[in-house]
Design a protein around this ligand. Structure first.
Ligand SMILES: Cc1cc2nc3c(=O)[nH]c(=O)nc-3n(C[C@H](O)[C@H](O)[C@H](O)COP(=O)(O)OP(=O)(O)OC[C@H]3O[C@@H](n4cnc5c(N)ncnc54)[C@H](O)[C@@H]3O)c2cc1C
Ligand code: FES
Ligand code: FES
Length: 1351
């Protein structure tokens, strides 16, 4: 059938939230996400990545299946769902689940009330994943709940409160059942109450929750049911601007279409085609959707296996195989078990619900988890083309490697036959990914062996690997060579060597990591070898000895379990008025709106008449002269309005905050890949992006191109000034110490990965050059100043408004200012509103992140562990412009002592100027890096002195009233209290002993534990940078409008400010409203940064409220029995001013860098964290078992918010230190530009037990209500996981007699952990390959033999 022959364009009919949608002009290129947001104005569904990797866009789809007469509900990512695939489907979005105007659904209510939302940007996606699960399983198990959230990322909360909400729906008890060191979580609670302190563990009250009532859900639209039952199936065709979608109804039609359009892809889930079109510029003028064809959806049980239609979703496949496993004898289901194992961790549930088995197979990606196991298991493919049907083994499509063209372009895959396993057959599948769930594998494998009956002689053998080259690879020769051999150690040895020889990984292997992949190849085989040995032993124990106990640990994978957690905080005094909210765990002011999707972010703002969309064009060269910019082709694109360059900037394009500029649009030359050169304006974001891709820029490369710290040192390329702090006499001290260690530590950068990408809406007001700027920023004043300077107008013409920000973490200050300037320039030029919403890829490419560090240190210490001298230098990769990099270096120096008194100390910070995007502020601002260096040398001192790390920490810790290395006084009492309490609460010593016992019994799994103290100085360093103001209006109806200079970005500042105002005015919180942060109400506000939001704005709000109260006092005195409304009314009638500003001058902080002393901080927070981990020595995988945190936050204003900040920051820290890895091309282009390549912690990464205790009876005279600013401090505690991993590795190495000191850099990824566990397999690789791995020392004594028997 030709295109012309296909019927004319159809009306697309589907339902959204119970309403019928008829789309007459359905565009095949349009995804449901943009349709919902732009066309239906349902903005609750969010854009987080556009590639299926974050879950922010999760919706529920419901389909009626006439055959079974059942309705299937499932979650899906709207960003990858073509609207054309939705014919006859009912879509439910967060708005359809519940709203404040109708009824808030229990899922929404509980997420909000359990404090499961901070910035709220991920929350609608979370709601939808949980909701879809509950529609199918109203009382789910905790495993189902965890699985349903695997595809949803949250950058703020650390997931614990979200899971608390989830647990309220699960049927089983949420108690730990005594699994934690033999002690039940509930007993621990009893212990707490035994003490005198009045503490609480209740952050929410479940009694308030409405019950889940499945009868209240939206019904499936009867019309869609009728359509599915009665309508004859016919071909559907949709024509878009550039693309045609054809959905045939029968196989014959499909084959005709495929013959007519051999190049057209068959799109089922669009999870492979979609990302290629979006991110790789692939375009298909015609796509064919075969999903409705019955032949492609068959499920057929045959004598020798199960045949599954190629369009069956992975979830359907998983369900079918899982039920087959429970029905059929074990012997027959080994293939099914291996496939289900892979399916459990493949993608998130949203992906598995739509991705098809056929799509996974036919895409032939190297990262396919299924192809290796299906190919190894002798699966068969049923192929069809016009007039031809054939069946081939799946392995055939990998037989000749990458260029294989076994399947012709006209052929389609109808179904896949998965066979039963046979007697004497063993099948397994393996994978290792950068994150255990929802991450493509680095390497995976499928293995199968069949023995001659009753023997261990190999009859048939197959091994397939993924991740090696650009498709699945068959170790065919290895397998053929080994047929006829016995399953013994000689075989193992030979198989490993043969496999390494046969599967040659080239430098172009996907994702590199060559040595790691090779190690995994043999490690997987070893695991298979052991599994089979074990089975042989079970079959015939007299012949086959099996494997020793301690090796059995190799056989188990880590499983994700529902974490247990406890949060302990000090209760309010009984005498406190019940109306006074201070000190209570109050829900986030926007919590319910986050959960219903009503909370408005920049891109949710309705479009302004004539609005234009802006897409940026970025540099592809790291250092080059711009020779020419050719925009002619771009300007011809549909809907294009124009182009904006540096020449369009009326005034300031280069901002000189130091001696080198921050640049809006590159002029003449570029200094990094990702620098904005120009931008295209068009009538839609799609047109703007399409046109931007057509702008041609010619460059002349300039030398040098400096990317790394080493290159910067070589070229003496630094931002000045270099900073230094020194105390004592370092050189002399080195002469008197017993020992000296020297070392180096590298810490990689980190992407902010706020869920809401940088967003700006610039709206010219049309008068007096005024412009409204709606920006996702943590610093509206900067936006105002930069936009005014760029446009050359006074600041009083620019009004910046921020209602809320979907996460910032330091990344939305200067960068947001430059982007706002760019959008404002465009709005000024076009005289139209301009919307600039960065795609995730552009955001990651352009905006920079946390600074990578290279630290060099020399430490002198006594045999008893006392550290006498430290000399350390931090080289910091600042990127291409100064930004705040020198300040980051300064903070690194001021905080590098962490919790330790070092009598003789010298430290340097040198900021390298490179050709990477400019790095910027990020939660912790240099301390997370400097602190990690300090804890590393502390650990090394302990190793060298033969002491435990905790002893060396204790010996060197600040004890009483002490002086820092810059001569500021501190009182360390609470540091010691936190440390001791953490020791006690974590049962450190008994667990350490239990770990040693575990490690003795397990060779391939090892546990490790570490406890790390924290001293976190609070301060901005300069008084004027911590000034703050507030404005409070009381209206005549008694309601109060509060505003202040702080920006709400998830940290709960508005909630806390309303608490403050409520206490001060003595009125309920419900009377107080916060609308937006704006430069029109509070001028010159400082950035919401550095943990200071509550401290400084709280003082200002208090001041304003007290002013108002003072004015009202005479009226209140006169009428003491009157109500608030009476007094307000009376005040108005007496012409009392009911509006007041409040002001806080800022903290008296200073630092003299010449002298190296000062009082740059106002006070100190303290804390400690103890973490326990388990590592898999064969793969490098690890599991975070438990983290206990004790934190001194003074008197918490809102314990739920503060605990949320600690947990969220800690999990972000775990990300930095153990998994988040930025990768650049040799040309300096960031390769990791989305959640598919850059892995932030997901729900599977949080500790299985996670407790946080706020130190009780802690006062802070320097901040509002004796509280302490907590936004950043918890981040560093994530490094306790790093050191627990290090401890586990040390134990591995000690057991193996590996004497060489080893350096572990951050992030401590699975790759490094595997390399650290040097064994015969890593030795094979180092001997075999020319390139070196991180730790390539040879084990002095390895295990006695691979099977445990002595050779
Ligand atoms: C966020 C994310 C995470 C993922 N994680 C994993 C993972 O961990 N492990 C893993 O293995 N995979 C993973 N994937 C890949 C995913 O499993 C595959 O993209 C999916 O199975 C492809 O199925 P689809 O229906 O979406 O294919 P589509 O994108 O619809 O089509 C893919 C290709 O297959 C062809 N095709 C489809 N059906 C047929 C047919 N019947 N006959 C002939 N050709 C056909 C099409 O022509 C097209 O070229 C992930 C994908 C995403 C987006
Ligand atoms: S926006 Fe769809 S998964 Fe991220
Ligand atoms: S609350 Fe989850 S991303 Fe902010």
């Amino acid at each position: 059938m030709s295109l012309a022959g296909a019927a004319g364009a159809e009306e697309l009919i589907f339902y959204v939230n119970g309403r019928k949608v008829i789309e007459k002009n359905a565009d095949p290129e349009q995804m449901l996400l943009s349709y919902l947001r732009k066309r239906l104005h349902l903005t609750g569904t969010k854009y987080g990545c556009g590639g299926g990797g974050c879950g922010a866009c999760t919706v529920m789809l419901s389909v009626y299946e006439p055959a079974s007469k059942k309705i299937r509900h499932y979650s899906a990512n709207a960003c990858l769902l073509p609207i054309c695939s939705l014919y006859g489907v009912a879509v439910t979005t967060v708005e359809g689940v519940g709203s404040t105007e109708t009824r808030v659904h229990p899922v929404q209510e509980r997420l909000a009330k359990c404090h499961g939302s901070q910035c709220g940007f991920c929350t609608p996606g979370m709601v939808m994943s949980i909701y879809a699960l509950l529609r199918n399983h109203p009382e789910p198990t905790s495993e189902q709940m965890m699985a349903s959230l695997a595809g949803n990322l949250c950058r703020c909360t650390g997931y614990r409160p979200i899971l608390d909400a989830c647990k309220t729906f699960c049927k089983e008890s949420t108690c730990c059942q005594g699994k934690a060191n033999g002690k039940c979580c509930l007993d621990q609670e009893d212990d707490i109450f035994d003490k005198e302190e009045k503490v609480s563990t209740r952050l929410f009250s479940a009694d308030e929750f409405q019950p889940l009532d499945p009868t209240q859900e939206l019904i499936f639209p009867p019309e869609l049911m009728r359509m599915a039952e009665n309508q004859p199936k016919r071909t559907l065709v949709f024509h878009g601007e550039r693309m045609t979608w054809i959905s045939p109804a029968s196989l014959e039609e499909l084959l005709d279409l495929k013959a007519a359009h051999p190049k057209a892809p068959l799109v089922v889930g669009n999870t492979s085609v979609g990302p290629e079109m979006k991110f790789k510029g692939v375009f298909h003028p015609v796509v064919i959707s075969p999903a409705r064809i019955p032949d492609l959806n068959v499920v057929q049980y045959t004598d020798d296996g199960i045949t599954l239609g190629a369009a069956c979703s992975l979830s359907v496949v998983k369900d079918i195989l899982t039920s087959a496993i429970s029905e059929f004898p074990e012997e027959k289901t080994k293939v099914f078990c291996a496939v289900v194992k892979q399916l459990t961790t493949l993608g998130g549930e949203q992906i598995r619900n739509v991705a098809s088995i056929g799509g996974n197979i036919i895409s032939r990606k190297s990262t396919s988890d299924l192809n290796p196991v299906l190919a190894a298991s002798n699966c068969l493919l049923n192929l069809a083309s016009r007039g031809r049907r054939r069946q081939i083994p799946l392995s055939d499509i990998f037989a000749d490697g990458v260029g294989n063209n076994t399947i012709t372009p006209e052929e389609i895959l109808v179904s896949v036959h998965i066979p039963y396993s046979r007697k004497g057959e063993h099948v397994s599948a393996f994978r290792q990914a950068p994150r255990r769930e929802n991450a493509l594998p680095i390497s995976c494998a499928g293995m199968r062996v069949l023995f001659e009956e009753g023997t261990d002689i190999i009859k048939d053998f197959s091994i397939f690997y993924g991740g090696a080259v650009s498709t699945t690879t068959w170790a065919k020769q290895t397998c053929q060579t080994l047929v006829g051999r016995h399953w013994n150690e000689q075989l193992l040895d030979e198989a490993c060597r043969l496999v390494l020889k046969e599967i040659a990984l080239s430098d172009s292997a996907s994702g590199k990591k060559i040595d790691y992949k090779r190690t995994l190849m043999v490690s997987f085989f070893y695991r298979f070898f052991l599994e089979v040995l074990q089975s042989l032993q079970i079959m015939d124990p007299s012949h086959y000895p099996g494997i020793p106990m301690e090796y059995r640990s190799a056989l188990q994978d880590f499983k994700t379990k529902m974490p247990q957690s406890i949060q302990i905080f000090q209760d309010t005094e009984p005498s406190q008025s019940p109306q006074d909210p201070v000190g209570r765990p109050i829900m986030h002011q926007s919590g319910i709106k986050h959960a219903t999707g009503e909370a408005v972010y920049i891109d949710d703002l309705p479009s302004v008449d004539g609005e234009l969309f802006m897409a940026v064009v970025t540099s592809s060269k790291a250092h080059a002269k711009i020779v020419s910019i050719d925009s002619s082709e771009a300007l011809e694109g549909p809907g294009v309005f124009g182009i904006v360059t540096a020449d369009d900037v009326p005034a300031t394009n280069e901002f000189y905050y130091t001696y080198e500029p921050e640049i809006v649009f590159a002029r003449n030359k570029v200094i990094c890949v990702g620098q904005i050169v120009c931008a295209v304006l068009a009538d839609s974001d799609v047109h703007a992006r399409q046109a931007a891709a057509k702008v041609k820029i010619e460059y002349e490369v300039l030398e040098p191109v400096i990317l790394t710290i080493e290159e910067a040192i070589k070229h003496n390329s630094f931002f000045e000034p270099k900073r230094k702090l020194e105390q004592g006499n370092v050189d002399q001290a080195f002469d008197t110490v017993d020992n000296i260690i020297e070392g180096e530590l590298r810490i990689g950068g980190q992407e902010h990965f706020y869920m809401e990408t940088q967003s700006v809406l610039a709206v010219p007001r049309g008068e007096d050059k005024e412009m409204d700027m709606y920006v996702s920023t943590q610093h509206p004043t900067t936006i105002q100043e930069m936009v005014a300077a760029s446009l050359g107008v006074p600041a009083n013409r620019i009004m910046c408004h921020v209602r809320r920000v979907g996460g910032a973490f330091g990344g939305k200050i200067l960068r947001a200012g430059l982007l706002a300037s760019a959008a404002a320039v465009a709005a000024n030029k076009s005289k139209r509103a301009v919307r600039l919403i960065l795609s995730r890829g552009d955001d990651m490419l352009i905006t920079g992140g946390r600074h990578p560090f290279l630290a060099k240190y020399k430490v002198g210490f006594m045999n008893d562990g006392r550290i006498r001298a430290v000399d350390t230098k931090y080289y910091i990769n600042g990127g291409c412009t100064p930004n705040e990099s020198v300040e980051v270096g300064e903070v690194a120096l001021l905080k590098m002592d962490n919790a330790y008194k070092i009598p003789n100390l010298r430290c340097w910070a040198c900021v390298c100027k490179t050709n990477l995007p400019s790095n910027t502020a990020f939660r912790g601002f240099g301390f997370p890096q400097a602190g990690l260096v300090t804890e590393t040398w502390i650990t090394e001192v302990a190793e060298k002195a033969g002491l435990s790390p905790e002893k060396v920490r204790e010996i060197n810790m600040y004890k009483g009233n002490e002086q820092t290395h810059f001569k500021q006084q501190l009182d360390a009492e609470n540091l010691i209290r936190c440390w001791n309490e953490c020791m006690e609460k974590s049962a450190y010593y008994s667990r350490k002993a239990a770990i040693s016992e575990f490690n003795k019994q397990n060779y391939w799994k090892k546990k490790g534990i570490a406890i790390v103290p924290l001293k976190f100085p609070f301060g901005i360093g300069t008084r004027y940078l911590s000034q703050a103001a507030a404005l409070v209006h009381i209206y005549t109806d008694g309601s109060v409008l509060l505003t202040h200079g702080g920006v709400e970005m998830g940290q709960g500042v508005h909630t806390k400010m309303i608490q403050v105002a409520s206490r001060e005015l003595n009125i309920p919180m419900s009377r107080i409203h916060f609308c937006e942060t704006s430069t029109t109400t509070v001028p010159n506000a400082c950035a919401s940064a550095g943990s200071a939001g509550t401290d400084v704005n709280g003082m200002a709000v208090k001041d304003a409220c007290q002013t108002l109260l003072k004015r009202l006092q005479p009226i209140m005195n006169k009428n003491p029995k009157g109500t608030w409304n009476d007094w307000v009314k009376e005040a108005f009638e007496q012409s009392v001013n009911l509006s007041a500003t409040g002001y806080f001058r800022g903290y008296n902080e200073n630092m003299d860098w010449e002298k190296g002393e000062g009082k740059p901080f106002s006070y100190f927070l303290y804390g400690a964290a103890c973490s326990e981990v388990e590592i898999n020595c064969l793969t490098g995988d690890h599991k975070n078992l438990r983290t206990d945190i004790v934190m001194d936050v003074g008197c918490s204003i809102n314990p739920a918010v503060d605990i949320g900040q600690i947990e969220g920051a800690c999990v972000q820290g775990i990300g930095l230190y153990t998994m988040e890895e930025l990768k650049y091309s040799p040309e300096g282009a960031l390769c990791t530009r989305g959640p598919d390549q850059y892995k932030i912690p997901a729900v599977c990464d949080i500790p299985e037990q996670f407790s946080v205790s706020l130190l009780s009876s802690s006062q802070n005279p320097y901040a509002i209500y004796a509280s302490k600013g907590i936004g950043e401090a918890g981040f560093f505690l994530g490094c306790s996981v790093f050191f627990a991993l290090r401890d586990a590795l040390t134990r591995v190495r000690n057991e193996r007699g590996l004497k060489k000191p080893f350096a572990l850099n951050s992030p401590l990824t699975a790759e490094q952990i595997r390399a650290g566990c040097a064994d015969d397999f890593t030795e094979m690789i180092t001997n075999d390959a020319s390139s070196c791995i991180c730790v390539n020392d040879k084990p002095e004594c390895t295990r006695p033999g691979w099977t445990g028997r002595k050779n």
